[in-house]
Design a protein around this ligand. Sequence first.
Ligand code: LRH
Length: 483
Amino acid sequence: LDTRALVAVDLGAESCRVSLLRWVAGRPVITLVHRFANAPRETDGGLRWDLRMIEAGLEHGLRLCAEMAVEGVRSIAVDGWAVDYVRVDGDGMALADPFCYRDERTIEAEQMLYGEIAPERLRECTGVQLLRINTLYQLYADRLQGLPVGSQWMNLPEYVLSRWGGARVAEVTNATHTQMVDLNGRRWCDEVFLAADLDVALAPKLVPPGTEVGRLSGELARLAAFRDTVLIAPACHDTASAIAGIPAVGDDWAYLSSGTWSLVGTVLEEPRNDAAVAAENFTNLGAVGGRVCFHKNVNGMWLIRQCLKEWTAEGREWSVPELVAAAEKLAKPEGLLDVDDADLLLAGGMPQRINAQRVRMGLKALEEGAENAPAFASLIFHSLAARYAAVLARVAFHTGKKLKRLFVVGGGSQNDFLNRLTQEATGLELFRGAAESSTVGNFAVQLAVLEGRRDEVTGADAEQVSGWAGRLALALEQAATKG
Ligand code: LRH
């Protein structure tokens, strides 16, 4: 057995993480080596990510890994939030800071695009939930805004891999979320490119999860630990990685990947894209093992984080556990939020946005201000739980599955109050998986590939990845616990 260490990078809209897997007495031990905050900011005429800050933070994390892993690092893999992309020049250098998917330029672009291709047809071709954040609408918006569009682009995790020496690729689980991949052939969909007047030659080559894309090169490769380190595209979509990190087998379980967004659904062998599925705008995204993540994007911790930002600005720093504890003591709120209202996906003024919706619904506005934070939190958690239950009922309907278990993973899975509400609302047996499930799935795919078990990630023996996920979840000392 090769006992060198492995590195997993997980890019999140709120924080980025660099983790190290080492073998101690033959067992894997995972350490979160470096975590740094991330957030988009308004600059250069748009809401954009600070790419230099992200790259510097990751490099710092890799240097820390190199110091710890005296045995050397065998491989590095990167996953991250989907849809956002970097435009690069011929040398692979970024041309500008990437837009954040919440930038409002796609509100108009989405409507304009439907003049070129009907939304029903887009769904038919791609099987993907129509969401204005998808890469397709963003690339189209660039075109409408007269931005230079004749450059190659890569989704963020793949861009990071390319900066470290990897080939320019589009890993398929991540690529499906662009809404530009053909549902049946899993190749770039010419019809969609044509409709949006986009050049398919500028899209990177599609590769499956678990593809070796090159060797670490440049400055970092001079460090002793990185002398012979391969770069792997895992499931580059963080949600696909998080799901690969769930140690479940069988056909009676659903997932809730709970972070900035809540991804609520189940894994399927084949996509489902009939008229009813399309009417309810469910998605069919690529999963590890040639499978499908069948789910819906539901709003998530974004609601709480955005409120916390306002309260902090007022000078009251609520911690999440403190807020959860205070919210739990309150009676069930009167009237629930429509958490997926388009207005609540936008940045800024969240308590006001929430109240504006309540007034529109004929409900009483909550008293604003940081002192009343628990009432907002209670409203948000009850509303999320109710929405999860409603979506899961439809998941069961569309897939015909008899759902019994729900695995909650991601940072939001730490919220026991929300878990309890979710369990009550869904009636499912709830298991809390790893908070860092994307990292678990990222490592699981690396290990499967490195141990010569490509079939585990490409299809033939997909259940085995959950075998790795189980062992690695233990390595995180966060084995799925009931309750
Ligand atoms: C979660 C996530 C989700 C996407 C969104 C852009 O981090 O990748 O699956 O819909 O970010």
